[in-house]
Design a protein around this ligand. Structure first.
Ligand SMILES: [Zn+2]
Length: 348
């Protein structure tokens, strides 16, 4: 366990967490992330992974929802246990008004997937908006040192600074994400949807995990670095990773902006080079390593042996104080996590 968590009693952790929850609730009023101005009054709670997709892998209406949430890590330390969650509550967030939720995501909600530019734009935008929403909420909701001290007068400033690093990192990332938001606005208005570039891996069978993630990929499958988050001169090379069903089978779509394409292309080329029968395991490792917003088939998860489950769970803590991410985090560990049977893979 991280010494940071070990230094807090469970009662102290509970009290601090309750404070964070109060702030989160207080700041739950949001506006619409759409590039258009003519919003409806109502902000809707919408799925980022389609509800009908979730129902395909659910058991009795439930899936495993693995959120790599700072609050969860803080509240539970290393004792985080994934829980079954009703599909109505998985992958949702309040980021768009009713009108713009329909307008922006119609190409992926109501049309058959054909790798169309507007569909990839919609997938990218939705995963991006959820990430931006979570970053902003995280910054707004984090209690100040004074607020924590009111609950626990002995709370040390050194401990708080440890936590505060998370907030500073979130602020830097948020500034970079807001740059992407303005690019997305101009692409949407000019309808230049192919400026969102993609790499698609199609499978013959139904994936056991669905995802609508947005992340900065630190290392590729060869262990080579592929991010420049803190390079102020360059656009944040954020990548959306969407896994969803098609008929039959399913696809994984990686998308990025053409203005920051070099590193995502390097990442996808390193996946392209992996043998077809090892690609599914590689993708699953990556989803656990880099994506918070994933939904998992209960039947698949519960059939894994405990060491494999523990190995996958430990990936959630990589990149935090509890476990820095190593360069070879995505290299093949020899564990077989399934084979969704690759049909084809291509850049679009
Ligand atoms: Zn709106």
């Amino acid at each position: 366990m991280d010494p940071l968590f070990a230094s807090l009693t469970s009662e102290q952790k509970k009290q601090i967490w309750e404070q964070v929850e109060r702030f989160r609730t207080a700041f739950d009023s949001l506006s619409c992330f759409s590039p258009s101005d003519d919003c409806d009054e109502t902000i809707v709670s919408a799925h980022t992974i389609q509800r009908k997709a979730l129902s395909l892998i659910a058991r009795d209406g439930h899936v495993y929802d693995f959120r790599a949430d700072l609050g969860e890590v803080f509240k539970n330390g290393k004792d985080f246990k994934p829980q079954l969650k009703g599909i109505n509550h998985v992958s949702t967030f309040n980021g768009f008004c009713q009108k713009h939720d329909c307008e922006l995501f119609k190409p992926v909600e109501t049309e058959i997937y054909t790798a169309a530019g507007q569909q990839h734009f919609a997938l990218f935008f939705r995963a991006f908006a959820k990430e931006l929403h979570e970053k902003i909420q995280g910054i707004k909701s984090f209690p100040s040192f004074e607020q924590i001290q009111k609950i626990w007068p002995d709370f040390r400033i050194e401990t708080y600074r440890h936590f505060d690093e998370f907030r500073l990192q979130a602020m830097v990332a948020t500034i970079k994400l807001l740059e992407i938001k303005s690019w997305l606005g101009s692409i949407y208005k000019s309808k230049e949807f192919r400026r969102v570039q993609s790499y698609v891996v199609a499978f013959r069978t139904l994936p056991t995990i669905f995802c609508a993630g947005f992340t900065n990929l630190l290392y590729d499958f060869n262990g080579q670095p592929c991010q420049n988050l803190f390079d102020a001169q360059k656009l944040y090379p954020g990548v959306s990773i969407s896994v969803f069903p098609t008929n039959p089978g399913g696809v994984v779509v990686f998308s990025w902006l053409d203005t920051a394409a070099k590193l995502p292309v390097q990442f996808c080329n390193s996946l392209e080079a992996i043998a077809a029968n090892r690609k599914t395991s590689a993708i699953i490792r990556m989803l656990f390593e880099y994506c918070g917003n994933i939904a998992i088939s209960p039947d698949w998860w519960e059939n894994l042996d405990k060491p494999t489950q523990d190995m996958l769970l430990s990936r959630f803590y990589n990149g935090t104080h509890s476990g820095p991410r190593s360069a070879d985090c995505l290299k093949d560990d020899g564990i077989n996590l399934g084979d969704w049977q690759v049909a084809y893979a291509c850049f679009v």
